[in-house]
Write a protein that binds this ligand. Structure first.
Ligand SMILES: NC(=O)CCC(=O)C(=O)O
Length: 261
């Protein structure tokens, strides 16, 4: 499976412009790289325009769901749709949608852990659903959103449920860039899974975003890493046999003794 990650500079508070950017990007990819799966970052329609979210958020996933579904079908590509502000019954969630090449919604997840350092709890509601895996092209995967990366039990649960790939969609600030890169490598090593991430670049209200989107293999080797401040496309591919090889070589899932901790 070939991936393409959009390390994007989001136009703050302008969903229409950001949809245009994504549409243009996918069109160009279809002519060149022809990836199987594309990955977008966190809050890619609005960025952290928290005070405007009631106005610029989606309404029960629309129009993002229809937009991504059409894009997936038109360009024959799976889409891990980053996340968007999504208003449901008056509450705004930070929600990720995943579509397969047929344009079918295969997964929906709302960010569980809200970030105090970015005032998320004042404007957003945390997802209440238990995490689940999904499948694309026969491979089990999971998606988490940015701050969720700091909670190893979330990624571990997805690994225990069979995920071989963990997507991390993010808008992670530069002052904590080392945490961002180190924790991704840690999640890959401790769960022996691929970690594939998309982070924003650019800045808003004095907060700069760190880029450094990554593709990490189940041994913890970094296969690709984005720059800190350029819009760019990262590409790489996944070999599910590599997960099995690493899990055979260092069999942590057989060695766990969970009833003692
Ligand atoms: N958008 C986020 O969730 C940022 C997370 C963050 O800043 C951190 O964990 O540090």
């Amino acid at each position: 499976m070939k991936f393409a990650i959009y390390q994007m500079e989001v136009v703050a508070g302008n969903p229409e412009k950001n949809r245009e950017k994504v549409q243009q990007w996918v069109k160009e990819l279809a002519l060149g790289e022809k990836p199987d799966t594309i990955v977008l970052p966190e809050l890619w329609t609005t960025s952290y325009t928290l005070e405007q979210l009631q106005d610029v958020a989606d309404d029960a996933g629309e129009p993002t769901r229809s937009f991504l579904s059409e894009l997936a079908k038109e360009y024959d590509v799976n889409i891990v749709g980053g996340s968007v502000a999504n208003k449901v019954d008056g509450k705004v969630y930070n929600t990720s949608f995943v579509f397969n090449r047929e344009g079918k919604l295969v997964h929906e997840y709302s960010k569980i852990h809200l970030v105090p350092m970015l005032n998320e709890p004042l404007y957003l509601s945390g997802g209440q659903e238990k995490v689940k895996t999904f499948e694309l092209e026969g491979v089990k995967m999971g998606v988490i959103i940015c701050y969720d990366l700091r909670f190893p039990e979330l990624a571990r649960q997805l690994a225990l449920d069979g995920a071989q790939v963990l997507f991390v969609v993010a808008e992670w600030p530069t002052p904590r860039r080392r945490h961002w890169t180190s924790l991704q490598v840690a999640r890959a090593i401790e769960n022996q899974m691929y970690v594939v991430s998309s982070n924003n670049i650019g800045s808003l209200n004095g907060v700069e975003y760190a880029g450094a989107s990554m593709i990490i293999d189940p041994w913890g080797d970094v296969l690709a890493q984005g720059s800190d401040n350029e819009e760019e496309i990262l590409t790489g591919s996944l070999n599910p046999d590599r997960v099995l090889e690493v899990r055979k070589e260092v069999p942590i899932f057989d060695s766990r003794v969970p009833h003692l901790y």
